[in-house]
Ligand binder design. Structure first.
Ligand code: KG4
Ligand code: ZN
Length: 345
């Protein structure tokens, strides 16, 4: 007998992107994102503005995703949404929409942990793309999190290392702000770093124990260095922009890969993946590719559109939860802090 197809509508609204995706089994039929440019000029996401924009965008985005996928609303088997972690006002929009949609269509709803979504983006089917084999380590690096995750199965994973202060994306964005870039500056550092010398400037490195990270020392060292240099030459930043970007990026990547390497060595794991917004960084991809050929690791990168926040990763997580009957009821509430530990089954 042919297995029934599962069609999931995924919703992501944890930060400043409103996204809807349609997944059929493990294949994405549509994955649309309404970005909020309004935060650029504020130097960071303004929560009040984000939730208002989500409210404006969510219905048009969902409508367009369903149309693009070419499915009927009545064919959708379940709706999966980001319950947390994230900005409360943003999460509430996606959660409330999902409750109303589930009730109107009389279908189950599935509450997804955003960070698990980043990891499971690796299991979206794409022609010819290999998927990590269990157990694997996933370096999950985003604007809000930096984690080394030991993934034993689709819904069985544990965080073995995390940041004790800033996330890697935050380190990129804060350094970018010091250089005068708009928010989010991570991709701009990446762009300029390609033309610069990564060894031109040296910044302080953290010496945190275990598999944990810290980026606040690096941030302070960049700030003091720039303040000192700008006093001597007010054009220092513009005259050295590419080298500054390359050196800052190099310091962040170096720190990320050191701990990943330590974990892989100690746990004897050779399947390595990266996920989250910072996994789009070309320097990180290059350095990890080089390291993996030295270490004989199999390394996995998500497709670019599944690195930064997107609903496709929420839909694929929803599919694995659907298969296990992990449904939420109408009393579910969004949660700004949502530990992945609560998810292990
Ligand atoms: O996963 P994501 O879209 O949102 C969160 O869950 O936080 O990650 C956003 C973060 C931002 O800090 C952004 O600057 C960073 O990912 N980012 C990058 C690049 N693309 C996105 N950082 C460095 N290089 C990039 N190419
Ligand atoms: Zn994210």
């Amino acid at each position: 007998m042919r297995q029934k197809e599962i069609i999931i509508l995924g919703i992501e609204s944890s930060c400043d992107d409103t996204s809807a995706a349609i997944l059929k089994n493990n294949t994405i039929l549509s994955n649309l994102i309404a970005r909020q440019d309004i935060h650029e000029s504020y130097g960071g996401v303004v929560p009040e503005l984000a939730s208002r924009a989500h409210q404006q965008n969510i219905i048009p985005v969902v409508d367009a995703a369903i149309k693009k996928a070419g499915v009927l609303k009545s064919e959708i088997d379940a709706i999966a949404f980001t319950r947390g972690p994230g900005l409360m006002g943003s999460l509430v929009v996606g959660t409330s929409f999902s409750k109303a949609f589930a009730m109107a269509m009389n279908i189950p709803m599935i509450d997804v942990n955003h960070m698990i979504g980043h990891v499971l983006a690796h299991f979206i089917d794409e022609d010819g793309k290999a998927q990590p084999k269990f157990p694997f380590l996933c370096l999950t690096v985003s604007g809000g999190h930096t984690q080394i995750v030991l993934v034993e199965d689709h819904l069985k994973m544990k965080v073995i290392g995390t940041t004790i202060d800033d996330a890697a994306g935050e380190a990129f964005d804060k350094a970018a702000k010091m250089l005068g870039f708009p928010y989010p500056g991570g991709p701009l550092i990446d762009k300029h770093a390609k033309k610069g010398n990564p060894n031109k400037f040296e910044f302080s490195k953290s010496s945190i124990l275990n598999y944990d990270y810290s980026f606040s020392g690096l941030k302070t060292s960049i700030l003091y260095f720039l303040q000192k240099q700008v006093k001597l030459n007010e054009n220092f930043i513009s005259e050295n922009l590419d080298d500054l970007c390359a050196s800052i990026q190099n310091a962040i990547i170096d720190s990320l890969l050191k701990k990943l390497q330590k974990a892989a060595n100690e746990l004897k794991i050779t399947e390595i993946a990266i996920a989250g917004g910072v996994s789009a960084n070309s320097g990180l991809r290059e350095a990890l590719t080089k390291l993996s050929s030295e270490k004989k690791w199999n390394v996995y990168f998500p497709k670019f559109e599944y690195c930064t926040d997107n609903a496709a990763m929420i839909a694929i997580t929803g599919k694995y939860m659907f298969e296990k009957g992990m449904f939420a009821d109408q009393s579910i509430a969004a949660t700004a802090r949502y530990s992945m530990a609560e998810f292990n089954i």
